[in-house]
Design a protein around this ligand. Structure first.
Ligand code: HEM
Length: 197
């Protein structure tokens, strides 16, 4: 089996990306506080491709069945777990940054972000056949809601960046990527009934 097709590959990629994000943040930050802020920022950014791979794996498979999409489809649970990992590193990095910056987050951030973390861990813990059987139809409802809630938090944060003159280009690219991903998902769903004819 090639390395790309291994079920461990998503976890390895998530591990390397998050270690790289923390390292790059502290290396490029001109002082320790800036390094911590960049680490918090970049640990979230590296979660974007990992999240989108999990978000689009079954969609891409539905649109085109080839070796790559078959592999992604088989690994989609591991991509989800890899995202739970990268965002756990984001959590550690942001707590460290907020503590040393002495900047407690607003209540709305704690509630909105906290629910996202709750969904991330509930989804990670139920990403197994046993939970699927136990939860029946509710498993799909839980995972579809959870993944779109995380999608919403990403979009909400990136749209918020549009008001920041220094980071509005990041906001534009970030929110654009997430809207394109949603459109691809909806398109694949809409196209499926057409394929039956
Ligand atoms: C209570 C929970 C959370 C807190 C307190 C928090 C805090 C932070 C902090 C301090 C930063 C760095 C800010 C900066 O760039 O100056 C950041 C960046 C970011 N976080 Fe979180 N975060 C939380 C949860 C989440 C979740 C659940 C997501 C996504 C699902 C997320 C996505 C992001 C994004 C997209 C960025 C900006 C990355 C960029 O500029 O490209 N965060 N967050």
């Amino acid at each position: 089996m090639s390395l790309l097709a291994s079920r461990w590959t998503p976890l390895l990629i998530g591990l390397l990306l998050s270690i790289g994000a923390v390292g790059a943040g502290f290396i490029t930050g001109t002082e320790h506080l800036e390094g911590a802020q960049l680490s918090a920022r970049w640990t979230s950014r590296v979660g974007v491709p990992v999240f989108l791979t999990a978000y689009l794996a079954s969609t891409l498979f539905r649109l085109s069945k080839n070796d790559l999409t078959k592999t992604l489809m088989r690994q989609r649970r591991q991509w989800g777990l890899a995202f739970a990992w990268t965002h756990s590193v984001h959590l550690a990095a942001l707590i460290y940054y907020l503590v040393i910056a002495k900047a407690p987050p607003e209540l709305i951030t704690i509630l909105g972000g906290g629910l996202a973390y709750f969904m991330i861990y509930v989804m990670a813990l139920t990403s197994n056949n046993w939970s699927m059987k136990l939860l029946g139809k509710n498993w799909k409802r839980l995972h579809v809601f959870g993944i779109h809630y995380i999608w919403f938090i990403y979009v909400f944060i990136y749209l918020g960046r549009l008001a920041d003159p220094e980071l509005n280009h990041v906001g534009m690219v970030g929110s654009g990527i997430f809207f394109v991903a949603l459109i691809i998902r909806l398109y694949a769903k809409w196209r499926k009934p057409l394929q039956k004819h």
